[in-house]
Design a protein around this ligand. Structure first.
Ligand SMILES: Cc1cc2nc3c(=O)[nH]c(=O)nc-3n(C[C@H](O)[C@H](O)[C@H](O)COP(=O)(O)O)c2cc1C
Length: 316
């Protein structure tokens, strides 16, 4: 059965991160209490053209309930066709529209944050998704503007065209991932619209999440980079506890590795290098581990190397 998100209390959401938040990572994060997980961004064009890779990326882990699929695109007709395809796919509860991606490859196609330059088109696409989708909700992920901050105009268009909630990354496209996050702007958006608002940007601890929720009045927080190398952050966010036992970390890292192999096959071992790099931050011997795994492709050898490292190495 399709599930609707409840906003009775603040929710904790894993942000979509292309190249990181795939099924293996999301299923590990979900265990620690994330209320919502979102797929990596999927191109509506690729869906319509039946890209095998894109359909593989659509899959969800059984515990992802509810599950949101994020799409990108700039052509309402193509998006309509993509939604009709997603309508045939079971287990998706929410369709999210990407209106924030700053990457030139995406922006040059008029997608992602480019939609913030044409609010009429953005509104039309939101309406098309809402009217075509058979899922229980649709949401939009925005930035505060492309160059200029025009966030109240953007938020109104999102609301007026039928979105059920929105997530706000508190920077403009020009601010990329480094400019200071404008939490006051997120508060203004929250005050201006009646749909739930989720705050996003540089939230990486219990104290920060608590402060952002209080300061913005938002209905939830979305965490991206703070979860990379630390999927247990959702447990910490929910409980306020900063302690994660090293043995638990070891078990989670091994489970993540095994899920990568299950999902991608043996190539999953070399794909795990980037995760090995982030998990090993702060451990003694991290840099020699990184060098070592950069040369390992064999699954069993990779597994025993990280098993040994995370069992025996200490945080410095
Ligand atoms: C490597 C990377 C990949 C990202 N991929 C996506 C994506 O596919 N869709 C999206 O809406 N945002 C994407 N983002 C933006 C994040 O979802 C988030 O808005 C941003 O990183 C700010 O949140 P944070 O400070 O918690 O990471 C990506 C960010 C990074 C760093």
């Amino acid at each position: 059965m399709l599930k609707k998100l409840s906003f009775d209390k603040p929710i904790f959401v894993l942000a979509p991160l292309a190249g990181f938040t795939d099924l293996p990572f999301r299923s590990v994060v979900k265990k620690f209490g994330a209320d919502l997980t979102v797929s990596e961004m999927l191109s509506s064009n690729a869906l319509v053209h039946g890209s095998k890779k894109t359909f593989h990326m659509l899959q969800k882990a059984p515990i992802e309930d509810p599950y949101s699929v994020q799409i990108a695109g700039a052509d309402a007709d193509i998006i309509k066709q993509a939604i009709e395809i997603l309508n045939e796919q079971k287990g998706i509860d929410i369709i999210d529209l990407n209106c924030g991606c700053p990457v030139p490859k995406v922006v040059s196609h008029g997608s992602g944050s480019s939609l913030l330059l044409d609010l009429k088109l953005m509104g039309n696409i939101i309406k098309t998704i809402k009217e075509t989708s058979n899922k229980s909700m649709m949401s939009v992920k925005i930035r505060l503007g492309f160059e200029k901050k025009i966030y109240l105009d953007i938020a109104k268009v999102v609301e007026d065209n039928g979105a059920d909630f929105l997530a706000v990354h508190g920077r403009t496209r020009a601010g990329k991932f480094k400019a200071e996050v404008d939490y006051d702007a997120i508060r203004e958006i929250k005050e201006a619209v009646s749909i739930p608002v989720i705050a996003n940007g540089d939230i990486d601890s219990y104290d920060k999440a608590k402060w952002v929720l209080e300061h913005t009045g938002a209905d939830g927080v979305m965490i991206g980079r703070g979860a990379v190398g630390a999927p247990w952050i959702f447990y910490q966010l929910k409980t306020g506890s900063n302690d994660i036992d090293n043995n638990i970390k070891h078990d989670i890292i091994m489970e993540h590795f095994d899920k990568m192999i299950e999902f991608y096959g043996s190539i999953g071992a070399s794909m795990f290098r980037k995760h090995t790099h982030t998990y090993s931050k702060g451990y003694s011997g991290a840099s020699s581990l990184r060098n070592e795994v950069n040369h390992i492709s064999d699954v069993d050898q990779y597994r025993s190397t990280i098993d040994d490292f995370f069992k025996n190495s200490k945080i410095v």
